[in-house]
Design a protein around this ligand. Structure first.
Ligand code: GDP
Length: 397
C-alpha cells in the first residue's frame, strides 16, 4: 500500500513538473520584445564565397567579421538570425558608373548627342546657338549654367576654326566636365574617428528612393571594406524599417529600429550608440521624409541631428533627390538646404526618364556636389559619381 501511495505521489509530481516546463516554454515564446526600446537585429553569419563568385576586393583595413562585432546576447533578436539569408559580397564600387553607363545614355541622348550634332553643323548661326541653348534648357541644365556653357562654346569654337568631329567631342567633353566640376570632393565621408564611427544622415522626401539608397549605400561601404550599422529612423513609413533591415542582413550589417510611429531622433541616437559599442566604421541613418510643412521638417531633422551630435559630429548629410522630378526636385533641395547643412547629393532614377542636366542644376542650386547616382533598382545599381564617366556616357566616346 505504501508503495502504491509513493508511486502515485511520484507520478503526480512528474506530471506537474512536465506541465510547468511546457507552460513556461510557451510563455517565453509569447513574451513580446521590449516594445519601446529600439530593437537591434543580428546579421546572419557570413559564408565563404562560393566557387565562381567574385572574391571581396582588397581593402586597406581588414574587414571586420561579424564575430568581432557581436552584441551582448540580451539585445539580439534571435529569429532574425534563423531566417536571414546568407551574407552577400557586394560588387566593388570602382568602375560601377562605367558598367552602368548604358542605363544612363538610353535616356540622355537629347543632351550629349543632340549637342554634338548641333555643334557639327557647317554654319553655326544664331539659330543654331539658340537650338543649343534650348537643348541644354530642355535637359534641365538650368538658365545660368546654360548661358555660361554657350558662351564658352562660342568662344572656343571660334578659336578652333575648322572643326573635326573628334575635336568637337573633346571640346564639348572638356566643357561639360568643367561645368559639372572635376575637382569637387565627391567622397562620402565614412571613415571612423578615434572617438567613434562616422555618421551619415540620409534625408529626402518619401518616394525619392531614400531607404533603398541607404541600403545600397551600406553595400557600397561594405564593398569598400567598411563595417556598418544602420539606423531605421524613418519610423513613420510602415515598411521602411523592414526594408532597411533586409538590406542590412544581406551584407551583415545590424539595423537598429524603434516602434512604428516612434521618435526618429531616439532611434538615430541609439543607432550611433550601437555603432560606438560595436566599433564599426560608419553609422547610416535613414530619416523620416513624410513631412511637409517646413516647420515640421525643420523640427524633426534638426532634432535628429542635434540628438545624434550628443555622441559626436555628423560627417555627412546626404540629400536624396529623384532625378525624374526635375524642377520639383530643385524645390525640395532648396527646402532641405534651409533646414539642414547638406554635404552631398544622391540623384536616384537616372536610369529612367530623367534628364542628365539635373546634375548640373542641383549642384548649382545647393553649392554641394553630387556624390552618388542611382541607376536602377538592383542592389548594386548605386554608383559613385564621376564627372568624366558621366559625360562620356552622355556624348559617347
Ligand atoms: P523612400 O520613400 O524615399 O524611402 O523610397 P524607397 O527607397 O522605398 O524607393 C521608392 C522606389 O524607388 C522603389 O520602388 C525603389 O526601388 C525605386 N528606386 C530607388 N532608386 C532607384 C533608382 O536609382 N532607379 C530606379 N529605377 N528606381 C529606384
Amino acid at each position: 500500500m505504501e508503495y502504491v501511495i509513493l508511486a502515485v505521489v511520484i507520478a503526480v509530481v512528474a506530471v506537474g513538473a512536465i506541465a510547468g516546463l511546457v507552460v513556461s516554454g510557451r510563455r517565453r515564446q509569447q513574451l513580446p520584445p521590449k516594445s519601446q526600446a529600439p530593437v537591434i537585429t543580428a546579421p546572419p553569419t557570413p559564408r565563404e564565397p562560393a566557387v565562381g563568385e567574385e572574391a571581396a576586393p582588397p581593402t586597406e583595413e581588414p574587414r571586420r567579421t561579424v564575430e568581432e562585432v557581436q552584441l551582448p546576447e540580451a539585445e539580439v533578436v534571435p529569429e532574425a538570425v534563423e531566417e536571414a539569408p546568407s551574407v552577400e559580397i557586394p560588387e566593388p564600387t570602382a568602375g560601377r558608373l562605367v558598367r552602368l553607363r548604358s542605363r544612363l545614355s538610353r535616356s540622355q541622348n537629347s543632351l550629349g548627342k543632340g549637342l554634338l550634332s548641333l555643334l557639327s553643323r557647317e554654319h553655326l548661326d544664331e539659330d543654331t546657338w539658340e537650338e543649343i541653348e534650348d537643348t541644354l534648357l530642355t535637359a534641365d541644365v538650368g538658365v545660368a549654367p546654360t548661358q555660361e556653357l554657350v558662351e564658352r562654346l562660342r568662344t572656343r569654337v571660334k578659336v578652333l576654326g575648322t572643326r573635326t568631329p573628334d575635336e568637337l567631342r573633346a571640346l564639348l567633353r572638356e566643357e561639360l566636365v568643367e561645368l559639372i566640376g572635376k575637382d569637387a570632393d565627391r567622397v562620402v565621408r565614412s571613415t571612423k574617428h578615434e572617438e567613434g564611427p562616422a555618421v551619415v544622415l540620409v534625408v529626402g522626401v518619401n518616394g525619392v528612393g531614400k531607404t533603398t539608397t541607404t541600403g545600397k549605400l551600406a553595400r557600397v561601404l561594405v564593398a569598400d571594406g567598411r563595417s556598418v550599422v544602420l539606423g531605421a529612423a524613418d519610423t513613420f513609413r510602415a515598411a521602411a524599417a523592414d526594408q532597411l533591415q533586409t538590406w542590412g542582413e544581406r551584407v551583415g550589417a545590424r539595423t537598429v529600429r524603434g516602434p512604428e510611429g516612434g521618435d526618429p531622433a531616439s532611434v538615430a541616437f541609439d543607432a550611433v550608440k550601437e555603432g560606438i559599442a560595436e566599433g564599426v566604421d560608419t553609422v547610416l541613418v535613414d530619416t523620416a521624409g513624410r513631412l511637409h510643412t517646413k516647420t515640421g521638417l525643420m523640427d524633426e531633422l534638426g532634432k535628429v541631428k542635434r540628438v545624434v551630435e550628443k555622441h559626436g559630429p555628423v560627417d555627412e548629410v546626404l540629400l536624396v533627390l529623384d532625378a525624374t522630378t526635375g524642377q520639383n526636385g530643385l524645390v525640395q533641395a532648396r527646402v532641405f538646404a534651409e533646414v539642414v547643412d547638406i554635404t552631398g547629393i544622391v540623384l536616384t532614377k537616372l536610369d529612367g526618364t530623367a534628364k542628365g542636366g539635373i546634375v548640373i542644376a542641383v549642384q548649382r542650386e545647393l553649392g554641394v556636389p553630387v556624390k552618388l547616382i542611382g541607376l536602377g533598382e538592383g542592389a548594386d545599381d548605386l554608383a559613385p559619381f564621376e564627372p568624366g564617366a558621366f559625360v562620356d556616357a552622355l556624348i559617347g566616346d
